[in-house]
Design a protein around this ligand. Sequence first.
Ligand SMILES: Cc1cc2nc3c(=O)[nH]c(=O)nc-3n(C[C@H](O)[C@H](O)[C@H](O)COP(=O)(O)O)c2cc1C
Length: 441
Amino acid sequence: MTSRRVHLTVNYNPGLGAHPARWRVVDDPRQFWDINTYIKIAQVAERGTFDAVFLSDTPSLRETVPTHPWHTLDPIDALTAIAVSTDRIGLIATVSTTYNEPYNLARRFSTLDHISHGRAGWNIVTTWNQNAASNFGVDAPDHDTRYGRADEFVDLVTKLWDSWEDDAFVGDQSGGVFIDPAKVHAVEHIGTYFKSRGPLQLPPSPQRHPVLIQAGASELGRTFASKHADIVYTIRHTVGDGQDFYADIKSRVATQGRDPEKVFVLSGVYPVVGSTEQEAREHLAQLDQYIDLDASLAQLSERIQLPLSRADLDKRPPARPSGWDQANISHGLTDAAWQALEKNKDLTLREILLGHRTSIRHLVGTPEQIADDLELWFRSGASDGFNVSATHFPEGIERFVDHVVPELRKRGLLRDEYEGSTFRDHLGLAVPESQYTSAHV
Ligand SMILES: Cc1cc2nc3c(=O)[nH]c(=O)nc-3n(C[C@H](O)[C@H](O)[C@H](O)COP(=O)(O)O)c2cc1C
């Protein structure tokens, strides 16, 4: 039996990377809508035997005119292009349940899974910001409504993916039998938010259900994740906090009657790799000189929902107000920002922002130091793997794959080669049977 291995996904925020000044140092700042860059990143991660490439998304521009790159290409379309230029790596598209319809999305993910021969994954988000809502001419629904809709959305999409039994397509050319109609089921869904007759117009894809990913951290978000997700993304800043979150998710998964070992908690990291620690620090310092403090301050203000001004820069960070989680926000991302401020409460806001300490947990050092940190989190029950970002792409992920991946392999923590061909194979997950299979109904 293979021992437990670290699961890696590459978090390509198409805004070019995790560093706030990333676009100033890449070869061409137009690369954030250039598909060749996306393909290159996926190919590098595939060389590093990552489970998947993950594209985040929000269907809007930033609140104000952006000071740095934001989400551009539609993730499913970009991943379709990546699919035909890679062989094994999983393909995770972020798509909102608030601004889509289940039938279309079930079909689009099934299509991606067919085209990629079983490598599709869906990062299910509910999209909190009014900015996106305004693009659809509505007010952002409140947190409970968003999750209520998301829950029904996923149930309906799953029914549509299940609407064809495995052997419904016969294709018997000599006997003249194309399909077995008894094995193609209307779903006849009538719920609170949606109605759909079904069935889907596509036979089941290789994974039947693409891998489902969720990153909500509120009470409702965690329950939703424990019910539906195969992978749960999180941003945690200390091992202790990572362990608490991990234990909470695993116990909720068990309460749902699911196997906690089949649901993977991946924590966000942003490694800066050097041949010495000094070199890694210098590499980061080169980028830090371009940080736009006003823009960083505005982003933090928006994230924690508190007005901050230049006058606050030389003060200690504000304390988390009670009721911070009552606003219509992403609890997960807002909580991560508060955690980062709390961890750095002895620094000034200027030091925090210049050290970009409010983003994903960053690790600066040699491949061995970075592998030590990842191993500690993995072995101490704080995560099953990592969602890896980089200062800027593709360079940052190339450094990780060339230097940290061999170290992880040397320690027996990461596979040397892919053992299977689908995203589910990489996670050791079976293909689910249709809920309409005769034995089930
Ligand atoms: C690593 C990570 C990545 C995320 N990526 C996205 C994203 O691409 N788009 C998005 O709308 N929300 C994204 N989110 C936000 C969560 O999905 C968000 O927390 C959720 O929509 C609101 O749930 P909550 O209030 O339960 O946290 C991400 C969160 C984390 C931790």
